[in-house]
Ligand binder design. Structure first.
Ligand code: GAL
Length: 373
């Protein structure tokens, strides 16, 4: 017998909630803080985002992940634990900074870190989140079982019934995602994004393994509904500067959500410059909403392209080797006319019109990103 019972086996397709027309941008503390997140971390992160230029380039959501939950009161209302004394006051504070507040729950009775989930309290919890003025819910499968699509639809319906615009983010491990093919029906749950992969970690192995395996998911992304290869590890210390730039380039060509996962209260100027490169962000946030795909694989060099609104395209070149590589790529091999105007988005420079990308040195694990008009 499944815990979710026959009720949950009913599929009820939901309409689009009108949100996340471009991939969500913001912060999620899990990668850096795990369960060490509290009211003060969230407030000071919002302060940082409102003053360091991130808000201005589009990072709006400040998302609390697992471990905020306390117990239910006598009426079954979920209360935050002592780390979050007043969730509505916290939302008011984050909103006063021109930002939005996100929260986390699970369709199971327990979250992945063992806190109270929303099982059998979906409507009540959605109402609670709306009453706190929450703007984003990450809904993580964790201890749930039974029909995944129906369980997500249940919360999607509960969120929509509140009348508050709440971005709905599905999370589940890669094996369950693959078994259930979440990307095929994600939008029918009212979700705006769904994880495609296992948890990211702070290493080149992790970000490259996840990022370069996204090719097959591209057809499922579009305005309002995105594949989510997980939050960013940029600036967490395990990646070189080049690898951090590659991470940002790869997520942008993939139209992935850009949720910074580092401690923004002590971010270095180099890392901030990577996170706030507006020319790169514009690729991620392109209104056409088409996810990029692998165009060429030449030994250690990978080239990914992404169609952009108005007929331009983005071309990302990645060097997977751990040493510098030199190479030349004729535009013709990417079906790009020789007359195309090309801009290098990391160096903020227009390239001379030579009919090819001529990169003398792309550093090991490095990336270049071009906008081709
Ligand atoms: C995992 C999830 C992570 C994080 C964690 C919290 O299942 O993939 O992103 O949310 O749970 O316990």
């Amino acid at each position: 017998m499944t815990r979710c019972g026959s009720d949950a086996l009913r599929h009820r397709d939901l309409p689009y909630n009108g949100l996340a027309k471009t991939p969500p941008m913001g912060w999620n503390g899990w990668n850096h803080f795990q369960t060490d997140v509290d009211d003060s971390v969230v407030r000071s992160t919002a302060d940082a985002m409102a003053s360091n230029g991130m808000r201005e380039v589009g990072y709006l959501y400040v998302n609390i992940d697992d471990s905020w939950q306390g117990h239910r009161d006598q009426k079954g209302n979920l209360r935050p634990n002592q780390k979050f004394p007043d969730m509505k006051a916290l939302a008011d504070y984050v909103h006063s900074k021109g930002l939005r507040l996100g929260i986390y729950s699970s369709p199971g009775p327990r979250t992945c870190a063992g806190y109270e989930g929303s099982y059998a309290h979906e409507n009540q919890d959605a109402k609670t989140f709306a009453a706190w003025d929450i703007d984003y819910l990450k809904y993580d499968w964790c201890s749930a079982d039974g029909d995944m699509r129906a369980a997500y639809q249940k919360m999607g319906e509960a969120l929509q019934a509140t009348g508050r615009p709440i971005v709905f983010s599905l999370s589940q491990n890669d094996k369950l995602a693959a078994e259930n093919r979440v990307w095929e029906w994600g939008p029918t749950t009212g979700a705006n994004l769904w994880r495609t992969e296992t948890d990211i970690s702070d290493s080149w192995e992790s970000i490259s393994k996840i990022g370069f395996s996204q090719n097959a998911f591209a057809p499922y992304a579009g305005p309002g509904h995105w594949n989510d290869p997980d939050t960013l590890e940029i600036g967490n210390g395990g990646l070189t500067l080049e690898e951090n730039r590659t991470h940002m380039t790869l997520w942008s060509i993939l139209a992935a959500p850009l949720l910074a996962g580092n401690d923004l209260r002590s971010v270095s100027p180099e890392i901030l410059a990577i996170l706030t490169n507006l020319e790169v962000i514009r690729i991620d946030q392109d209104q056409l909403g088409k996810e990029g795909t692998r165009a060429l694989s030449l030994g250690d060099i990978e080239i990914w392209t992404r169609p952009l609104q108005g007929g331009s395209s983005a071309v990302a070149v990645f060097n997977l080797a751990n040493h510098a590589e030199s190479f030349e790529i004729p535009w013709a091999s990417l079906n790009i006319p020789e007359s195309a105007r090309v801009r290098d988005l990391w160096n903020h420079a227009d390239l001379p019109n030579t009919g090819s990308i001529n990169l003398l040195q792309l550093p090991g694990h490095g990336a270049a990103l071009f906008r081709v008009e």
